[in-house]
Design a protein around this ligand. Structure first.
Ligand code: LMR
Length: 421
């Protein structure tokens, strides 16, 4: 008999304990909280007016059609679903610009927003290793505040990340001057992460005139604009309006090479299917073709080939006029309900006497609102009132509904009044 050491050493001993991701942890805490009422304003997922996950009618119809036509479970090509790969960039660029640029686009399906951003980083790192292996990677400029995953996606790939002031807590709006000044001083060839619309978490987007100033600075400094486009159509209910910045940068006026990381998690409610793509517009056809061949190799060695189901659904919706119309209505439903909830929340905060001015919540757009509460209040709301939100008091407005908005407004107002007493 061989004796086994009761306490063998492990080759994994050096693993440190890393606390769980706060956004996913909040969801887990909310789900395991037995209290009633309870409200989840943490993770950005759309719920219906009863607080339940919503399957978009366009998605339900596409699923039925897929089931009826014999869904199989074969591999997709390495670069992804061919129809999806054509129609996703067309959605972002609009038909006219897409037609002009079509031979200059390189596209690879990717694992939603995170996977697309990661793939963009892997591509930039690969190209740098080919052209100047001894030079440092370009800096990646990321707005402050930003989505909690941006920093770690790029730092984990070895990029140095620099912050770009974006939001003024005093004016509760875009801090355009420091933003432009930082961009204007950025090292040429740096990468700039731009939220195409529905800035997460602040809910403050540049106006078209401000986007023009940003595009001009990006062009003057030879920066690479990399759009995180997770909310097209979801923000305003209008796809063209939400894609305006992407089209401005890539279109005739600025003619920039851009990268776009698209996710269909929010705008199609395909959260778990990891449906997205990364595409680039380039100045030359050969460059596009070659870059796509590089993306194919990078994809193969990272995930082999992307998940099929969500891409099949999205391709059906984007490729069928009837389904597209249903989807556009779904987008109006989601964005309209969020707008209504913003207004109801502000009305409630005022009605229950919450100290302060809350109009900024109505000016903000997209899925999130930034309440501006300190962490202690956020903690009390979670522990005493069972209202869950990110520690920085970002709230997913999509978690509010006619049945809970008053409860939330009252709880916030009472906590704030108590503090001020
Ligand atoms: C969020 O910001 O809450 C969502 O985009 C979910 C996530 O992955 O962080």
């Amino acid at each position: 008999m061989t004796s086994t050491n009761p306490n063998p050493s492990s080759r994994f001993e050096s693993a440190p304990y890393i606390p769980p991701d706060r956004i996913f942890e909040l969801t887990a805490q909310y789900l395991s909280d037995p209290a009633s009422p309870k409200v989840n304003l943490g993770q950005g997922t759309y719920c219906d007016s009863n607080g339940q996950p919503w399957i978009l009618p366009a998605v339900a119809a596409a699923r039925d059609r897929l089931a009826a036509t014999g869904l199989n479970h074969e591999y997709l090509p390495i670069l992804g679903h061919p129809v999806f790969r054509t129609l996703a960039p067309r959605l972002a660029l609009g038909s006219a610009l897409h037609a002009t640029l079509s031979s200059q686009i390189a596209t690879c399906q990717a694992l939603s927003g995170t996977g697309s951003l990661h793939l963009a980083g892997v591509l930039l790192r690969y190209l740098q290793s080919q052209t100047s292996p001894t030079s440092p990677l370009p800096k990646v400029y990321i707005p402050t505040p930003t989505w909690s995953n941006h920093h770690q996606i790029f730092t984990s790939l070895g990029f140095e990340v620099a912050t770009l002031p974006y939001y003024s807590a005093t004016t509760r709006s875009l801090a355009l001057e420091p933003y432009l000044a930082t961009l204007a001083a950025a090292e040429p060839n740096s990468v700039v992460i731009l939220h195409a619309c529905a800035h997460n978490p602040s809910g403050c987007d540049p106006s078209l005139a401000e986007w023009r100033q940003i595009a001009q600075t990006v062009k003057d400094r030879h920066l690479f604009p990399l759009f995180d486009a997770a909310y097209l159509g979801f923000n305003s209910g209008d796809l063209d309006q939400d894609a305006a910045a992407i089209r401005l940068f890539a279109g005739e006026e600025f003619g920039l090479e851009i990268g776009v990381c698209m996710s269909f998690a929010k705008n199609m409610g395909l959260y778990g299917e990891r449906t997205g793509c990364f595409f680039l517009t380039t100045h030359q056809e050969t460059t596009a073709r070659n870059t796509e061949s590089v993306l194919e190799v990078l994809q193969r060695r990272e995930v082999s080939n992307p998940p099929a189901y969500g891409a099949k659904i999205a391709a059906l919706i984007l490729g069928d006029e009837g389904l597209t119309e249903i989807w556009k209505e779904d987008l109006r439903t989601m964005s309209g309900r969020i707008r209504e909830m913003r207004e109801r929340l502000v009305e409630g905060l005022v009605q229950f006497g919450a100290p302060g001015d809350w109009e900024h919540l109505v000016r903000q757009t997209g899925m999130f609102g930034f309440l501006g509460l300190d962490e202690e209040v956020v903690k009390e709301l979670r522990e005493e009132d069972h209202i869950y939100m990110a520690d920085n008091s970002r709230v997913s407005i999509a978690g509010l509904n006619p049945g809970n908005v008053e409860y939330v407004a009252k709880a916030i107002a009472e906590r704030l009044r108590k503090r001020n007493a």
